[in-house]
Ligand binder design. Structure first.
Ligand code: PGA
Length: 246
């Protein structure tokens, strides 16, 4: 059987509720390669609508969660709530969460633990900043992100370990990472994860993925798919991307 191709779409805060519903309907109408696994991370307020529209055709999940189940945490939504709504996956540690909202490696770990308890598959996002890359700290930063997320954690049997390598300088900038460099980093991520979790991870690349460059990433042996932001939020660019996978 062909290797699975993961096409994950992060709609961020780009769409209002009406636009979200329209885009979800348009997503459902496209045809996708038989070996593709599609997951969509819509704005929180529209998650229920999107789940209804997809009707189990695609996975749906939040872009952020909180680890406690209930309590006085104004403005947060718990992983447990998303589970009850029917979410199967959740992004965690996205570059925008880490850098705009100052989420730490410790926060990320607590969120992952809460998700595992609930049976939600975490999609761990990680990456270095331009500054860290310039100072030759890329490996050190990534290794500490992954160790903090996975060290001594009990990973449920049968649950995939999904890691998205998203260099911060490539997210939303139009400046995508050289595919060979993404592959080099993906192989490091695979090795570290395999040592910590005793299983091979699914590694995705994210950061300015477009119709014209997706094939380069998918041809890399350690990359199983992509996490797409901007280009996933318009049906024209998303369909171009999907077409170029086939
Ligand atoms: P981008 O975002 O495709 O707009 O660079 C990727 C992401 O944030 O997951």
């Amino acid at each position: 059987m062909d290797k699975k191709i993961y096409l994950f779409a992060n709609w961020k805060m780009y769409l209002n509720p009406a636009e979200t519903v329209d885009l979800a309907r348009d997503y459902s109408k496209l045809s996708y390669p038989a070996n593709s696994v599609v997951a969509v991370f819509p704005p929180t307020v529209s998650i229920t609508e999107v789940i209804k529209i997809f009707n189990n055709k695609f996975a749906v999940g939040p872009q952020n969660t909180y680890w406690a189940e209930k309590g006085g945490y104004t403005g947060e939504s718990s992983a447990a709530t998303f589970k009850q709504l029917g979410c199967t996956h959740a992004l965690v540690g996205h570059a925008e969460r880490r850098h705009i909202f100052h989420e730490s490696n410790h926060d990320v770990r607590l969120k992952i633990e809460a998700m595992l308890q609930l049976g939600i598959t975490p999609v761990l996002c990680m990456g270095e900043t331009a500054e860290e890359r310039k100072k030759l700290q890329t490996e050190e930063v990534l290794e500490s992100q992954i160790r903090s997320a996975f060290m001594d954690i009990v990973w449920p049997e049968g649950m995939e370990a999904i890691v998205a390598y998203e260099p911060v300088w490539a997210v939303g900038t139009g400046e995508s990472c050289d595919p060979n460099e993404a592959e080099r980093v993906a192989s490091l991520i695979s090795n570290w994860t395999e040592k910590l979790l005793k299983r091979p991870p699914v590694v995705l690349y994210g950061g300015s993925v477009r119709g014209e460059n997706i094939k380069h990433y998918l041809s890399m042996s350690h990359l199983s798919g992509v996490l797409v932001g901007g280009a996933s939020t318009k049906i024209e660019t998303w369909s171009e991307l999907v077409k170029n996978v086939s």
